[in-house]
Design a protein. Sequence first.
Length: 193
Amino acid sequence: MTGGYLGNAGIFLIDTLFGLYILIVLLRFMLQSARADFYNPISQFIVTVTNQPLVLLRRFLPGLWGIDWASVVLLLALAVLKIYLLVWMEGANPQPTGVLVFAVGELLQLAVYVFMVAVIIRVVLSWVAPRSYHPAIGIVNSLSEPLMGPARRLLPPIAGLDLSPILVFIALGLALRLIVQPLLDIGRSLAFA
C-alpha cells in the first residue's frame, strides 16, 4: 500500500488521528503532573476523552511516586503503534527497540512543543489581556507555571519586565537539541539498522 493517493491519504489520517489522541493523553498527563484544576471544562473534556483506556490500564498499573504510569504506558503504546502503522504503510519493517526509542523521542518532543506553546500564549496574554480569565487561560497557566516559576526565581523581573520566558525558551531549546534530537536519531538508526 505504498505510494499513490490512497496511501498518502492513509498516512495523513493515521498521523493526524493518532497525533491528536496522543496530544490529548499527553495533556492529561501534564495537567495531572501540574495539579491543574480538575473542574476546568477543558480538563473535564480531556478526562472524558481519555478515561476509558486509562481506567482499564490502572487496574494493572497503579500510580507510583506521583506519576500516572497508566498514562505513560498508554502514550508509549499509542506512539509505537502510530510509528509501526506509518512505517508499514511505507513498506518497511523496523526493529522494535528502535521504534520504542524513537517513540520516546517523539513524545518528549511533543511535550517540549506543548510547553513552548503554553509559554508563548502566556506571554502574549500578559500583553493583551493581563487580568482576564477563561478556562483555556487556566490550562495555559497550569502547563507553563512548572517551568516559569523556577525561571522567575532564577531571573526575577527587572524594572517590571519579566524575562523568565527567555530562560524557559533557552532551556527548552537545549532540551530539544541535547536530549530529544539524539533520541530521535538513535531510534531511527536502531529501527532501520
